[in-house]
Design a protein around this ligand. Sequence first.
Ligand code: AMP
Length: 420
Amino acid sequence: MNPFQAPTGTRDVLDPESARFSLLIERFSKRVQQAGYGLVISPMFEDPGVFNRSIGEDSEVVTKEMYEFEDKSGRRLALRPEGTASVVRAFVQHRPQIPWKAWYATPAFRYERPQAGRYRQHHQVGVEALGSDDPDLDVETIALLDGYLRDVGLRSLDLRINSMGDANCRPGYESVLAGFLETNADALCKEHQESWRKNPLRVLDCKRSECVDLRVMAPRFRDSLCDACTTHFDRVLLGLDALGIVYERDDFLVRGFDYYTRTTFEVASSVLDSAQNAVGGGGRYDGLTELLGGPATPGIGFASGIERVLLAGEAEGLFDGQESLIVVFVVDLTGGEQARDLTHLMREAGIASDRAFDDRSLKAQLRQADRSGATIALIVGADEVERDVITIKVLRGARAHHQEQTPREALIGRVKELLS
Ligand code: AMP
């Protein structure tokens, strides 16, 4: 056994999975940049207060899952368990012009019980939009998440949406809910029988069967929303209808972080195991900037887990037969100089190409050419060098097995023709 392995709950992502990984980030950035979102890069660690204050001192993420440590000067720091808090901290620190629309791609660290689709380091892409409480901005962000997941090719998706009210009507709902829980405390899961008073809303987010069963009978947010929140939410739903985005209202969708107000949403993949089927989620957080010491500024955002999307994509068969990036493989039987020069020539012409090293046999080089996924092999032996030609062999596709010799000066044009 090797002395060192990746730490429990983490994994190395190698090609070809890593190629899909970067493809997702590329799709995401394209989708959100064309909607005016700019990249934000912020530190992976923060003062723990950034997360305590925003996510909530008594949330699972903060109490059980956050990686906290002391650096060499005795300063306490925490690795980010999610993206929003740091981005909002950056907003408060730099006060960019509003509306400020930002996107990120980042690892997130949570000390969770590792299992398929649940890791201690996972990766998220996400957006945050600060400076407007216009319900159309809620629609915009939800449409971005929906569009990105469709760009990736996922089909088996369920979008659930709820309004959690605001500082005006949330307390009223919480006390109605508390009354309900008081009467039904015996039916709660063991943990919540003891802790529900600290934050009744957490019961709605509990995945244990006792709480899930009881929830069906719990009072609903929608019956406690104030007029302003109802109007806001109606406009969000109207917007989703107008854009043809299918959703289901879920009166008990609260999500695990304290900072959410009004609109919350989550997209689940129906091809994943229900314990970790969320492929993205987010919501509005109109009080968050103040919690982090900034001026009152409404905001909304979401994050989507890259590993989850990849798992869902695999389950939906999206990556079967995905093509390799390499299109040309140079087989050199003269010692390697030809391969050195021809791969360079191809790459300069924008044609992805690779080669073997160490002067390997023809058979070994052809095997490697096949494994590379290349469409075309360029073969150069002493005979070709003498006549200043290249042998082109098409390895796959409609013209598979076609072979010809081409003068060196016509090579790029001919390769492009054969690939078109
Ligand atoms: P959250 O911040 O909990 O809403 O997470 C955002 C997204 O990240 C979720 O919808 C999942 O897709 C993904 N995610 C959250 N926690 C994990 C984890 N431990 N491992 C893998 N993906 C995760």
